[in-house]
Design a protein around this ligand. Structure first.
Ligand code: IPE
Ligand code: IPE
Ligand code: MG
Length: 253
């Protein structure tokens, strides 16, 4: 069977609305080939392209890719600067294709720590695609789930300070509405490559009820077929959201 025939059997109403991906294993992929780690980051760009186009083709509403965590600044300076250069080049090179495919690009995270040049590229890319109504592509850069919750807590604290809200009135929705991506559905499926089984501070709030899918593939080896495999796995999960299996099954009949 070709990949496309397989994909067509995926029931579109059962597909996740929001897929989040922790793109891990670039360094090990390169090292296994006797190359420098940065070679793996460059190879990872092809996997990004394949994943974006397949998710968009399948009608996924939101795809969030973890590109650089708030903790990744701890890496050697050389590696960080190659990653920054790569963002600039890739943004410039790929944004037209995204735009042509009606994809809305958002860079999510604390971008204030990036160079002015990178911040300008980000703004240009976001402006160009802002009115697109196809898939939303979140590139999470200098992002951390804890940072996201802290910045929402700060916004809520400001409302308390102005008397708009009292501490006892604070509800989950008050926090949720100030998180990044507040206008988007929560994460249904979180994928992590490279065999590591951890969340590494990605989308802590938004992934509260996500199905977690781990694959041993290193990120540069991830492709259309690998995404389809994750989706086949996902459509067979029973999502209970606190209910019993019997309750969930009763809603299906
Ligand atoms: C993921 O690959 C990319 C980023 C974190 C930027 P890694 O660079 O973490 O690759 P490994 O985990 O060291 O193999
Ligand atoms: C998570 O990968 C961050 C990104 C994929 C951008 P890491 O490779 O940085 O995660 P840890 O440090 O191994 O948990
Ligand atoms: Mg890693």
């Amino acid at each position: 069977m070709t990949e496309h025939t397989l994909a067509e059997q995926l029931p579109s109403d059962a597909l996740p609305k929001h897929i989040a991906v922790i793109m891990d294993g670039n360094g090990r992929w390169a090292q296994a080939r006797g190359k420098a780690r940065v070679f793996g980051h460059k190879a990872g760009v092809d996997a990004v392209r394949k994943t974006v186009s397949e998710a968009s083709r399948l009608g996924i509403e939101v795809l969030s890719l973890f590109a650089f965590s708030s903790e990744n600044w701890r890496r050697p300076e050389d590696e960080v600067s190659v990653l920054m250069e790569l963002f600039i080049t890739v943004l410039g090179r790929e944004v037209k294709r995204l735009h042509k495919n009606n994809i809305q690009l958002r860079v999510v995270g604390d971008v204030s720590r990036f160079s002015k040049r990178l911040q300008n590229k980000i703004e240009e890319a976001q402006n160009l695609t802002a009115n697109n109504r196809g898939m939303v592509l979140n590139i999470c850069a200098n992002y951390g789930g804890q940072w996201d919750i802290v910045q929402a807590a700060q916004a809520v604290a400001r409302k308390v300070q102005t008397g708009e809200l009292t501490p006892d009135d604070i509800q989950e929705t008050d926090i949720a509405q100030h998180l990044t991506m507040a206008d988007l559905p929560n994460v249904d499926l979180m994928i992590r490559t490279s065999g590591e089984c951890r969340i590494s501070n990605f989308m802590l709030w938004q992934a509260a009820y996500a199905e977690l899918y781990f694959t041993d593939l290193f990120w540069p080896d991830f492709d259309e077929r690998a995404l389809q495999d994750a989706l086949y796995w996902f459509v067979h999960r029973e999502r209970r959201f606190g209910c019993t299996g019997e309750q969930v099954q009763a809603t299906h009949v």
